[in-house]
Design a protein around this ligand. Structure first.
Ligand code: SAM
Length: 276
């Protein structure tokens, strides 16, 4: 997968050089490029913002630098021509391949967008080319966002109902959530199964050695070696935890069997004898 990120703080994205994502970049599984928006400005001060029409506090990111940066990513005839603009976090091969199928997906982080979740991460993990446009100040001039919809599959996206200072952290959240679903990024793909949100449920409680720690014991069943019983115990805990912490998720669940429903009913009635 190719990932381009445009920001006025490209250094922010350096964290993506670390850990599993960094390794995937090194191994060529991810082709990750970070672009400095100011490289697409031509005035002495590399201006990317101006005051809002209609008045009000704060500044708005200007349309033209964004259009030039996005045109560059598209590999089209940008006014910037051959200017070297990439600040490569990973290995940028320089091969500007067009997206294999369809248009690149342009993700515009915004608290005013639909909320990102695991389903969207799964959907995006199938894409060939993702582009992240990190806004700052009060955000980006709406005209270039509208314009970009003619060239990209445009996806405004919020990471939650709160306001950050910029789109960099939001982009990193989404890049990490999407990338770890791409084959070859996580060493053991089995660790992706039964994770929170993987099938609409939260994860079961997890434990490691020692079996007894500060008078707290690991649940007996996990030491039993009975894989069927352990799997059932874990599913029951997932159901209970979801009912307790995120009851809103239960409404969207399909495929609950009789036992699952009994666990939820017991939980709702306050009977926790099932945990033994
Ligand atoms: N004026 C905007 C509003 O009220 O919707 C908020 C702008 S915010 C200060 C600056 C930038 O941070 C946004 O353009 C966006 O890139 C990013 N941002 C802030 N909160 C976000 C969130 N919850 N999810 C994704 N991006 C966010």
């Amino acid at each position: 997968m190719k990932i381009d990120v445009v920001s006025i703080f490209p250094e922010y994205l350096a964290g993506l050089q670390l850990s599993l994502i960094g390794k995937a970049v090194d191994q060529g599984v991810l082709d990750l490029n970070v672009h400095d928006l100011r490289d697409f400005t031509f005035d002495r001060h590399n201006t990317v913002d101006d005051s809002p029409y209609g008045g009000g506090a704060g500044m708005v990111m200007k349309a033209e630098p964004w259009a030039l940066a996005l045109e560059h990513i598209l590999g089209g005839e940008s006014l910037v021509g051959a200017t070297s603009v990439e600040r490569t976090v990973g290995a940028d091969t320089g091969d500007e391949e067009p997206a294999a199928a369809g248009r690149p997906i342009l993700i515009v982080p915004s608290p005013a967008g639909p909320v990102f979740n695991q389903r969207i991460a799964e959907e995006l993990s199938d894409a060939d080319h993702l582009v992240f446009a990190c806004g700052r100040y009060e955000g980006i001039d709406q005209r270039v966002i509208d314009w970009s919809g003619e060239h990209f599959d445009l996806r405004p996206m919020s990471i939650g109902d709160y306001v950050l200072n910029g789109g960099e952290v939001a982009s990193m959240v989404m890049i990490e959530a999407v990338s770890r679903l791409i084959p070859g990024v996580i060493g053991n793909p089995e660790s992706l199964t039964e994770e929170s949100h993987e099938d609409g449920l939260l994860e079961y409680p997890i434990y490691t050695k020692p079996a007894s720690w500060r008078d707290r014991d690991v649940p007996e069943i996990l030491l039993s070696g009975n894989h069927g019983a352990i799997a059932r115990w874990r599913r029951d805990r997932r159901l209970e935890r979801t009912a307790e912490v995120r009851p809103d998720l239960l409404a969207g669940l399909n495929g609950l069997d009789k036992h699952d429903r009994a666990v939820l009913e017991r939980f709702e009635s306050g009977d926790d004898s099932v945990k033994e």
